[in-house]
Design a protein around this ligand. Sequence first.
Ligand code: MG
Length: 219
Amino acid sequence: MTSLPSAVSNQIESLQIDSTKPMLLCDADEVLLQFLRGLEVHLNNEGYLLDLVSFSLFGNIKHADNGTAASREDVSSLIDGFFAGHMHTLEPVSGAAESLAALTPDIQIIVLTNTPQPQRQARAQILAKHGMAYPVIANQGLKGPAAKALAAQTSGPTLFMDDIPHNIDSVLEHAPRAKAIHFVADERLRPLIPAAPAALHRVDEWHLAEPLIRKALLG
Ligand SMILES: [Mg+2]
């Protein structure tokens, strides 16, 4: 098992957590925010295009003029540039804000997102702009250690939502009492990501996810 970076544990320690309420740990990109669509606009502006033939950005970001794949270095720098300067352009996933608002009287929501630490605030701001002003933890790497530390702070049940199967596996390994829902917002990504076997459900739309979250956390 991997350990929790101190930069992440410090954020968790500063949260106000209700020790009795059920907890929803929710990924941001492709669950609450349309990351891929936002990134694609940035890529196009920079002279690249996204040609999604597999669940990977590497290999599928191509030079617009000749169709050759961008190098790993170029892809990393394009993504870093997007996070650093274009986070505020992200649009919300349809229905996410409404469903979370409907759940909040009974459930505490924490956004657990892989975001560079310096952009934690920008991430919280774009979520708030779209009606999702919830605490944000800027995680690094797999999400199991952070989810374990968060889940330990409530006696209620914990549910984790993410689009990446590795994160679901990691959370269920580190926090075995937690449950998970596998959610993929982008319609092009959906067929490229097989359902995570350990998740309770694979569901890709918020109006369908909301009752499943309620049932998983409130019975
Ligand atoms: Mg995601």
